[in-house]
Design a protein around this ligand. Sequence first.
Ligand code: TEU
Ligand code: CA
Length: 606
Amino acid sequence: MEAQIANNMTASPLQSSLAHRLGRAWRRLAPRRLAAGRAAPEDPWWKHSVIYEIYLRSFQDSNGDGIGDLPGIVQRLDYLESLGVDAIWITPLYPSPQVDFGYDICDYCAVDPRYGTLADFDRLLVAAARRGIRVVLDMVLNHTSEQHPWFIDAARARDSACHDFYLWSDGRTDAAGRRLPPNNWVSLFGGSAWEYVPQLDQFYYHRYYRQQPDLNWRNPAVEREMFDVMRFWLDRGVAGLRLDAVTGLVKDARLRDEPQSGGSNAQGDPILDHIYTDNLPETHAVIRRLRAMSDSYPGHRVLVGETVLARTADLNAWYGGARADELHLPMDTVVGLGSRLDAATFRRHLIEAATELHDHQPLLMFDNHDNPRSWDRYGDGVHDEQIARVIATLLLTARAAVLLYQGEEIGQRTATPRRVEDVRDPKGIRGWPHEQGRDGERTPMQWDASNAQAGFSTNPRTWLPVPPGYQRINVQSELADPDSLLNWHRHLIAMRSSYAALRSGRMVMLDPGNADVLSYARVAPDGNSFVVSLNMSARPQSVRLDLAAAGLAGSRVRTLLSSPGDIADSDAGAPLILPPYAAWVAAVRAPRAALPGGVRRAQAAC
Ligand code: TEU
Ligand code: CA
């Protein structure tokens, strides 16, 4: 950040003064952060970060219109600082008709008036930096809004200046003379991905809603424009970008039909193997150029990618493989978006992430604004609270950078509307009743029980309703309860800050044949280590943490955090009984002098 200031001095006077203030804030902060052990000097800040996702519409409303906004985030920065997060990722704040609640953008270099102003954003950047929190913005490169001036122009005439900014096709004509789309590509939100425009007698392609036409990334002008947009925000001081739907930027030039994989999805469309709309080599080439651009900025700007892939190992290409020249942190949606709490499955995924990604840093997440909350996916209806602790412990102690979604830390529930007339997400309106949309995971953040809006807004008509249960499940009451899920998260994040092994140590699987309990050690280069055991079953389980077999030294393990709270210190190697759905983090006593030479050498080699 310090160095970034020099870069920003060439920007506008407003940006220069903003950068100056940001710089002061970071200078004040740096010694404290290092003292707290947050940032290992040798690693970029993002590598071991906890990035907190803010769904802007639902985080905090500051002006009583029932919609979250940027000044609302500023009001809650103290909370985020006390939680200990390194950065916030804010969902799209740009002017938008809000068909897809901001993911349909009509001006990439401004703030939607519903959310505030550019000046509010600059104030947020400074206020966040003062608290040691970086700001990552969502960036939608795949498509714009149909209301973007480019698309309005593109849809005017075939020879308009911006026509080639989007993907057009004349389509086909059947025997009866009807106009048909050129191929079988379907929208991820339902129906054909092609929309007919009568005045042009042409179809345009939209991977998402028809109000979100896809950009034509084979057109160099599109790349130039979008790179300029990203520079606008990087110049302003954002710490990185979360790249929306980034794997599908370039599509097959010949528009070939995609093979069917069999069956149909919740929207009733055939399931296709996206070989012509996803993961094309040309998309990787765009990302490499983007990485070079972003790396030209000082301060380790981060490129987070929304990379929804079938296998964790498929992420390797999105890091750029051995060249490491694409995304810094492509999201692993395989580990955390399932619904089976199964030790063997998690172990396999974590091993895959550790061995098949050229040692790149995994980015784990369990919750986001597109999927039912992990509380409801992994919970069994009886042990939900304990299971949420197991999930939180895995998320925050595995070797990974972390995405934490607002409300996950307090155990907010998915609150899907019961009646179609209450649904706001068009995906749910169109797909009802099989596809109910994403409103359930987007309800307002539950801050307190001061009013029926859980402190989110003063307006009783919030854009999505606050579900029942907020009187108990809210930040204020959980802060006051030492045993709350929120305090569990706070402890885990604080431990991650305090102990290098838990933050950046290598990960060694323990008791790897155990079908019910996932156990691993995190080991720092100096030999200091911690063990984590997570009982993923409803029965007590015996574990044997054979440290010596894993090449680790230590004879006693000392409990740091346990749920339930009565798991005692024990001898390493002795069988230990873990209660149902127990989560246990313990420090291994391994005085350096006691390390056998062989072990020390093995550790030094890592
Ligand atoms: O999501 C893209 C996307 O592919 C996911 O919605 C995916 O279909 C889902 O996670 C499957 O469970 C991004 C945004 O996160 C989403 O909110 C937007 O609606 C979408 O892009 C379009 O911009
Ligand atoms: Ca508002």
